[in-house]
Design a protein around this ligand. Sequence first.
Ligand code: AFP
Length: 331
Amino acid sequence: MVDSTVKNVTLNRFLVQCQDRCPAASGELTRVIEQMGVVGKIISGYMRRAALEGLVGLTGRTNVQDEKVQKFDEFGNAVFVESFDYVDIVGAIVSEELENPVISSSQGRYGKYVVLIDPIDGSSNLDVDCSVGSIFSVRRITDSIEATLLQRGTEQVAAGYLMYGPSTHLVYTAGDGVHLFVLDERIGEFILVHRDLRMPVQGKLLSANWGNHAKWFPPARGFADSLIAQEEGPYSLRYSGALVADLHQILHRGGIYFYPDEQKRPQGKLRLLYECAPLAFLAEQAGGGATTGRMRVLDVQPEGIHQRIPFAIGSSYEIGKYERAYRDLEK
Ligand code: AFP
């Protein structure tokens, strides 16, 4: 639904307006978000032609997490790294695809921020031309880059995602609500479509890889079973294999996405710093929440840059119920 009070506000104009409302701001964070828009345009442009340009399928290599690397994972990673290397206020980039942080070519000298990214979330969807995304988190450098990376998610200054679907979306928060832009390809600009987007308090969408049901830890299994059994009305199952696309639906319609702990994978699958924490920040800013089942995601103390956690995100009603299932079964 388009917010009718907003007319043709470009990302750039919106950021300038936000900056004007806060005279103490240096405008540097604005440059980082703007550059996310530039990256979104580049990636979305190439993605439209990926199948024609031989950019789909596997590279034959595995990444630091031992996952098969898609050609577009490598391509998307290079676009982010090169694009942010030119933004001298970004001292380092952390990526799902790279073992160690990349220090910018200015040696992080002027660096004020660190950018953490999952360049292409759900990349195997590209093989079949389905939606994928990019997730980003921005942190202000404190004592050192290393110390900054190991801060809790509460310390993020901005976070969001790009979603490449029928249209390209940029959704972000800088701690003042969640704002949603759609790329108008005719003029090459992201246009504001929702200012201060709010997630329904309770929803009807349930998003999880049901094929893993038997492996989930009992609280997650109990939660899921009670949700589909309950009188409150049927939940619709929606799971695309790309977290960004699934969360995007939940932001609009409410409900819950979860990828819980499993017997053989007690740490879960999703990565804390560049998947869970940024999306948790976004969900909270939209009035929802995110949890490991045992604690708020934004309060998790990172131990390493590629750390995984069990994860649930969505409307406050379903997140509360998910946490209660863990509390009740683990009492
Ligand atoms: P990638 O980011 O490695 O492509 O993984 C996608 C993802 O992290 C998330 O976007 C999906 O919801 C989830 O993994 C899908 O995992 P399963 O294939 O195990 O359901």
